[in-house]
Design a binder for this molecule. Structure first.
Ligand SMILES: C[S@@+](CC[C@H](N)C(=O)[O-])C[C@H]1O[C@@H](n2cnc3c(N)ncnc32)[C@H](O)[C@@H]1O
Length: 270
């Protein structure tokens, strides 16, 4: 099965059917190997620190793809999984399981799933898994994990919740999005989409950077500089979530210091 898109129940906001990717193999994973940092880029070299250093510099290497763009993630997909990010995903999954009582049957939707690291870490604690990402390269790596059994039975969707609408036929019990929302411009629409996809009593889990000074990605990267915890709570409440609480998730080590990650949990009203 090479159809990564499987977006049969999606309807594009503008009326035309989504799911154009049926049958596309998306053999991306092209490795340009610029050998440099990029937005969210984490070097392969090992600094010998327990939880690994994550480098998010925005050096100007004059390459074509805007930092943080889907294409820049395409280029990094093949080498995305490293010890630091695998450990971060394990911590994230553990913290989610500590905050949300999981039965092992939850229909999980992970938005901005990248290569599926968090989904992999949650795999044995939830039910069916659906992943979405804007980057074709990331989706191709996730699809390869489905094909080789690491994420057996999961689905990968090519959707942008700022513009695409997930049909009523799809419903989830858990929505997870990790290190993604700082890239998302239209948070109101995206968070409302999460709320609309969840069954009553379902949970959203947002993992992201605490408010920072912009040094995580660097000055020329157009991303949000993390979130104030009260701000993310307000955004979730404005999207209709109840029982919103925000707690510590992890700390990402960086050359310039440590960056806190929060876990915000909200419940879809019953
Ligand atoms: C920092 S990576 C995190 C990947 C994965 N969640 C993880 O923890 O390893 C951000 C991911 O979000 C995706 N992304 C960025 N903007 C997005 C958007 N507006 N909608 C969906 N995915 C997006 C990128 O393609 C990338 O895979």
């Amino acid at each position: 099965m090479t159809d990564e898109t499987d977006a049969h129940d999606h309807q594009h906001e503008h009326g035309h059917e989504h799911g154009h990717g049926h049958g596309h193999a998306h053999e991306h994973g092209h490795d340009h190997d610029h050998g440099h940092d990029d937005d969210d880029h984490e070097h392969g070299h090992d600094h010998g620190h327990a939880h690994g250093h994550e480098h998010e510099h925005a050096h100007d290497h004059g390459h074509a793809h805007e930092h943080g763009s889907p294409e820049s993630f395409d280029e990094r997909a093949a080498t995305w999984d490293d010890d630091a990010k695998i450990a971060r995903a394990a911590t994230t999954a553990r913290r989610i399981a500590e905050e949300v009582a999981l039965t092992g049957t939850e229909r999980l939707f992970e938005y901005g799933a990248g290569t599926g690291l968090v989904a992999e870490a949650l795999r044995d604690r939830v039910g069916p898994i659906t992943m979405a990402d804007l980057s074709a390269g990331m989706r191709a790596v996730a699809q390869a994990k489905i094909d080789d059994g690491r994420l057996a039975g999961a689905r990968v969707w090519d959707i942008d919740l700022a513009t695409d609408v997930v049909g009523d036929a799809e419903e989830f019990d858990l929505v997870v999005t990790s290190m993604v929302l700082h890239h998302v411009k239209d948070l109101t629409t995206t968070l409302a989409a999460f709320a609309g996809m969840l069954a009553p009593g379902g949970h959203v889990c947002v993992i992201d950077l605490d408010a920072e000074d912009g040094s995580f990605h660097g000055a020329d990267v157009d991303v949000r500089h993390g979130f104030d915890r009260a701000e993310i709570a307000s955004l979730l409440e404005a999207a209709g979530f109840v029982d919103v609480h925000v707690s510590d998730c992890d700390v990402v080590a960086h050359d310039d210091g440590d960056y806190g990650l929060f876990l915000a949990v909200g419940t879809a009203p019953g």
